[in-house]
Design a protein around this ligand. Structure first.
Ligand SMILES: Nc1ncnc2c1ncn2[C@@H]1O[C@H](COP(=O)(O)OP(=O)(O)O)[C@@H](O)[C@H]1O
Ligand SMILES: [Mg+2]
Length: 449
């Protein structure tokens, strides 16, 4: 999935960069062209202004000179002189504006010459008038020379004005074109950008979908595995429960057999010996001694049988109840091991199999204390709490670390399983050097035991 999407991503990015570059390119070119065109327009408009001014000044100068010629009033010389000065200045400006185009420069030169001629003609007639040479200035005035010069000036100025108008038109067209290109370019790139964005979104959605699908597959696999583990654990737990039951049943069966069969045999033998003993009387002291020994042997056998049966299946449990059985268990353990055992046992309501579970729990815990704890004191508590029966066995021995418990040992694990199979919960707390505490809580039986 990923190996496909990476190049696609890279292509999208490249396209985006390309589009941005094109956009910037179009914009820059458009800007440069427009700026150049606007400069041209400004130049053209200045040129037109200057030409109009030139014509204006030329007319002013002519009007001024004519006024002076006709009236002889020197006041007319003032506008004439200032117009002449302005004409020279304006011509200089025009020359500066026309360096680029050779044709126009030529026309401008012609215009300049004609202006000079016109100025020279006016200057001549004015000078003659000043000198009082009536005939001469009238002659100059009468000739068509002034008009010709003026016409030429007008013609060339018009030509230049038209040329600058043309240039303005061209520049305006250029600005319009640049604007159009920008418009088209921006629209195209915007469309491309939208398209790219759409593709990107679609791709993102596809990626997300694929991710979700993968997640789902993983989740399904995990669920399957979890279910399998649960099923197997349940099967194993059932098996373990079954084995424990079978074991208890076997033990019960064995205990009954021993009690009924071996017990009957031993009792019969004892009775026979007693009968023999009474028959013999005091006649054969040697046999009597033998028979006495046999009686003692039989008694030991009966005691051994009773111990084995008790160990196989605590008869005290059904005969005396849980509390008394635990008291006996604790007392015997204390006598055997020399460890001080304190009991605090409340009467509790538990069904038969839970009673056996508690009995075995205490039995195994005491065995462990004897084997490993090196304890001086053990406390056994049984009490009712919140609808549960709580049992705990606490010693003050050397304790152990949970992580050190070998997996090959089954005492604690068996207890846990047994308690859980009875619907209860077992916790083992132990700190090295600080003793061990085994606690179990079991649901109370609904019927009295
Ligand atoms: N009361 C205790 N004090 C110290 N160590 C204990 C005690 N109970 C159990 N242990 C430790 O936990 C281990 C596991 O006990 P258990 O499951 O009963 O197995 P086993 O008795 O077969 O060794 C023991 O080997 C021992 O090291
Ligand atoms: Mg053990």
């Amino acid at each position: 999935m990923r190996s496909f999407s990476m190049p696609k991503m890279a292509i999208s990015l490249l396209l985006a960069i390309l589009a941005a570059a094109i956009l910037i390119g179009i914009n820059e070119t458009g800007y440069n062209r427009s700026t150049a065109a606007l400069n041209d327009i400004a130049d053209a408009s200045r040129t037109r202004g200057a030409l109009n001014l030139l014509l204006q000044h030329a007319l002013d100068a002519e009007t001024g000179s004519r006024g002076y010629l006709l009236t002889g009033d020197p006041r007319y010389l003032e506008p004439y002189n200032s117009a002449v000065a302005n004409i020279t200045q304006t011509l200089d400006n025009l020359r500066l504006l026309h360096t680029a185009n050779a044709d126009e420069y030529a026309t401008l030169s012609q215009l300049g010459r004609n202006v000079q001629r016109k100025l020279a003609e006016m200057e001549l007639s004015v000078r003659m008038r000043k000198q009082g040479n009536e005939e001469a200035w009238k002659f100059v005035l009468m000739t068509d020379m002034g008009k010709e010069h003026m016409d030429a000036i007008r013609e060339q100025a018009t030509k230049l004005i038209n040329a600058s108008s043309d240039r303005m038109d061209v520049s305006q067209a250029q600005v319009r074109r640049a604007l159009l290109y920008s418009r088209i370019g921006i629209a195209a790139v915007a469309m491309a950008g939208l398209l790219a964005f759409y593709l990107y979104l679609r791709q993102g959605t596809a990626l997300k979908l694929a991710g979700e699908q993968q997640q789902q597959i993983l989740q399904q696999e995990r669920d399957l595995l979890e279910r399998q583990v649960r099923e197997r654990t349940a099967t194993l737990a059932e098996l373990a429960t079954h084995l424990q039951q079978v074991r208890e049943e076997e033990r019960g069966h064995l205990a009954r057999e021993l009690h009924d069969e071996l017990g009957a045999l031993l009792t019969a033998a004892k009775l026979d010996v007693a009968r023999l003993k009474s028959k013999l009387g005091t006649q054969a002291p040697e046999f009597a001694q033998r028979l006495q020994h046999l009686t003692e042997t039989l008694n030991s056998g009966i005691a051994l049988k009773r111990r084995i049966i008790e160990d196989l299946r605590p008869s005290s449990l059904s005969n005396l109840g849980l509390t008394a059985s635990l008291e006996i268990l604790a007392r015997e353990f204390a006598e055997r091991s020399g460890i001080d055992v304190a009991t605090n046992l409340e009467a509790v309501e538990l069904d038969e199999s839970s009673q056996l579970t508690v009995y075995r729990l205490v039995q195994e815990s005491l065995t462990n204390v004897g084997k490993y704890a090196q304890a001086a004191q053990v406390d056994i508590n049984v009490r009712n709490r919140d609808g549960l029966v709580e049992v705990d066995i606490k010693d003050n021995g050397r304790g152990f670390a949970m992580s050190d418990v070998r997996t090959s040992t089954h005492g604690l694990a068996g207890m846990k399983h047994r308690v859980e199979a009875a619907g209860g919960k077992l916790t083992v707390e132990s700190v090295p050097g600080e003793g061990t505490r085994i606690s179990a809580s079991l649901p109370r039986s609904t019927q009295p035991a």
